[in-house]
Write a protein that binds this ligand. Structure first.
Ligand code: PGA
Length: 234
């Protein structure tokens, strides 16, 4: 399974190094075989060798150039980064990235063979508008995306569940994941208020191939427990 930590705007470079070291030591001590991904803040990226795959939370669709505040491929290459998160709800809804911009980014990093964790998910009003409207909204987030890309991982993250402590019911997660698997057979992660207290049940669901964890992943011990749950289930 894939157990991913989105560190967002947390942890300095030093803290990130300590965090990743702690995960590495857990993984080697316990011989866990799960795919562990960590997405640090951009300024906390570092070259890394080990079992943990370090990815970028964001980068612009360029090698370099005049894009103030952005980083490009050259900057990722410096750290050997080959994995990127695209379409996270905070990028879509807080930073205002459009589907068109995301598609451009997706295609750029796909051409380079990056592992792409592509996020989809509905805001509360779409969920409350009924299943049809909700699925239409999510379907629009698949537009322009090569769903058969071999290095694609999809993360289903309902916007209203991110950082709120709210989650869909387990039954809802399983139903939506089953529907989304018809759009793409890529590994499908669930994200949105996954904690050490609910991760085991989420990971045990059909069509859930892993989890993308935000706030609860900041606790390295909790995150290691989630890696262990996946190991035990497999
Ligand atoms: P959360 O964030 O676990 O804090 O809800 C998940 C995410 O944004 O990927």
């Amino acid at each position: 399974m894939i157990i991913a930590a989105n560190l967002k705007t947390n942890f300095t470079r030093k803290q990130t190094t300590e965090y990743i070291d702690e995960l590495e030591s857990y993984i080697s001590k316990n011989n866990t075989t799960q795919d562990v991904l960590v997405f640090p803040a951009t300024s906390s990226l570092n070259p890394h060798e080990g079992k943990v795959i370090v990815g970028a939370q964001n980068a612009y669709a360029t090698n370099n150039g005049a894009f103030t505040g952005e980083i490009g491929l050259d900057h990722l290459n410096e750290f050997g980064i080959k994995t990127i998160l695209i379409g996270h709800s905070e990028r879509r809804h807080v930073l205002g990235e459009s589907q068109q911009q995301l598609v451009k980014k997706f295609n750029f990093y796909k051409e380079l063979g990056f592992k792409i964790v592509y996020c989809v998910g509905e805001p509360l009003e779409k969920r409350e508008a009924g299943k049809g409207e909700m699925m239409n909204y999510i379907s629009a987030q698949y537009e322009g995306i090569d769903t058969s890309y071999e290095n694609l991982i999809i993360a289903y993250e309902p916007v209203w569940a991110i950082g709120t402590g709210l989650t869909p019911t387990l039954e809802d997660i399983q139903t939506i994941h089953t529907d989304l698997k018809e759009k793409s057979t890529a590994p499908l992660l669930y994200g949105g208020s996954v904690k050490v207290t609910n991760a085991k049940e989420v990971l045990a669901l059909n069509n859930v191939d892993g989890i993308l964890v935000g706030s609860a992943a900041l606790n390295a011990q909790h995150f290691c427990s989630m890696i262990q749950f996946a190991e035990d289930i497999q």
